[in-house]
Design a protein around this ligand. Structure first.
Ligand code: C5P
Length: 476
């Protein structure tokens, strides 16, 4: 085993170690032991650096001593804007997610909030000065820049962003931003005219090219009386969620490189320009599958009937109204590797839907003649060319669930069917939970898996995991 002789360290390192040991009331040997222990626990890459003989600054902090050493560390830089008060709430939101937060206040930020507030909330010392002998004896700005997992700037003022874009380092905040090799997340906040100004636009574009991430700004009321527009800082909860996404370990992406098509929601079949036939599908299950497939790395095309849902992140959404429009959009999206037909497509449409609104008249209600819609699932399943390697349909049934689903698997020509009981007592239609059976056609016979009751999000995740399994074997 290698041994370390402090006497043989170079003079500068020895002096720094002596100073640090004295400050912490330890012997130099004990100080080295503490540094190595903390480095190994908190930051494997620092431990690796130490083992390669690279000296690292690493100061013990109250949080480490109290055993929170596995937490993510965030350096939070608070700029000088009225939104600085919200950054105090952000400290709490980040801590709720398990992060240890070290706050840096710019000079202007201290016009709005005090170091005492920041340190009381963060349970850490608050940093304000580049030339602070208590912190700079061991290059504190470098420590704040590197000895963390993420740097968050909230509020990021126009001035702070201009300094960053141009590499200034004349105060503690800008020096940290220049010295860091960690991801930076900015939450801009400024007057809408400042946000729209050509100089700010240039700086934002430059920062994005440099790999800096932005959250917000949001649109809304400004602190200035009677002013509104884009420039409000994102809410603390949004910033904390964005920060968390950077801190989470990268998720596996088993569907990377796969093109996945998903239909979702109901269709509306016009009776006349203002009336239509519809059903109670909320689209929640299909949207959840789209989100889960995108999270698994797939290239997702979501074709949706009219629903009240937002497009999941990273998904290409096409909105349609009727079954025929849905089929046309599906045909445009082909070829794909995997197609999942979760939409509750109307079986029938009205023949000769009126160009004008139908009028009440003496002759009584108009007779509505129905005709069959194209079956999108069956059409795609039976394609000779461009058939996706895996085609999955849904069977929403109110009785004889498994018999009907098994028959549907054969009739439609798809590979799998997700069968769910949608009788009103189950609350599946429009609800957040689902109990499904997965029917899979293997060698002509159907195997059936009964899944326990789950949220629609969990059904989506489980289905995507099964698809990823299949993608790894049969359909790769
Ligand atoms: O025939 P049924 O509507 O019960 O079949 C349900 C499955 O077929 C679902 O996957 C649904 O998205 C799909 N379907 C379709 N086009 C239709 C009717 C149903 O793609 N016109």
């Amino acid at each position: 085993m290698a041994s370390l002789t402090i006497r043989k360290l170079d003079d500068a390192l020895k002096a720094e170690l002596r100073q640090r040991a004295a400050r912490n009331g330890r012997s130099m040997e004990d100080e080295v032991r503490v540094m190595l222990r903390e480095a190994t626990h908190r930051r494997p890459e620092i431990a690796a650096g130490l083992s390669q003989g690279i000296p690292q600054s690493f100061q013990s902090t109250p949080a480490e001593d109290s055993g929170q050493s596995d937490a993510a560390w965030i350096t939070l830089i608070v700029g000088g804007g009225i939104a600085a008060y919200k950054a105090m709430d952000l400290i709490r939101r980040l801590m709720e997610r398990g992060a240890t937060v070290r706050v840096v206040l710019t000079r202007a930020a201290q016009q709005f909030v005090t170091p005492l507030t920041a340190s009381a909330l963060s349970h850490q010392r608050c940093y304000t000065d580049l030339f602070d002998p208590n912190s700079e004896f061991d290059a504190g700005h470098i420590r704040l820049a590197r000895d963390c997992d993420l740097v968050v700037v909230a509020p990021a003022t126009a001035d702070l962003m201009a300094k960053m874009a141009n590499g200034h380092a004349d105060d503690l905040a800008s020096a940290i931003l220049l010295a860091t090799n960690r991801q930076i997340l900015l939450a801009p906040a400024m007057n809408p005219l400042m946000w729209d100004n050509a100089a700010t636009r240039r700086n934002v574009a430059q920062l994005q090219r440099d790999g800096v991430a932005l959250i917000g700004p949001n649109a809304g009321e400004m602190a200035e009386r009677n002013e509104a527009g884009t420039g409000r800082m994102a809410e603390p909860i949004e910033i904390a969620t964005a920060a968390e996404a950077f801190l989470r370990p990268p998720q596996p992406r088993p569907l990377a490189g796969k093109r996945v098509l998903i239909t979702a929601g109901p269709t509306h079949e016009p009776i006349d320009p203002v009336r239509y036939i519809a059903n109670r599908s909320s689209g929640k299950q299909g949207y959840a599958i789209a989100a889960a497939a995108a999270a698994a790395g797939a290239d997702v095309i979501l074709i949706s009937g009219p629903v009240e849902l937002r497009a999941p992140a990273g998904v290409a959404l096409t909105r349609v109204e009727s079954a025929r429009e849905m089929l046309a959009a599906v045909e445009v999206a082909l070829p794909v590797d995997i197609a999942i037909f979760a939409a509750a497509v109307a079986d029938w449409r009205v023949v000769g839907a009126g160009e004008q609104k139908l009028k009440k008249g003496a002759g009584g209600p108009p007779p509505l003649q129905l005709t069959e819609n194209p079956d999108i699932l069956a059409t795609v399943s039976k394609l000779k060319a461009n058939r996706p390697a895996l085609v999955i349909g849904f069977a929403a049934e109110t009785e004889h669930l498994l018999d009907n689903a098994t028959a549907k698997l054969a009739r439609k020509g798809c590979d799998w069917i997700v069968a769910n009981d949608v009788s009103p007592a189950t609350g599946v239609m429009g609800g957040d939970r689902n109990t499904v059976h997965l029917l899979m056609k293997t060698d002509g016979a159907a195997t059936i898996e009964a899944w326990p009751a789950m949220t629609k999000d969990d059904v989506a995740t489980a289905l995507v995991a099964r698809i990823a399994q299949a993608a790894g074997s049969q359909i790769a």
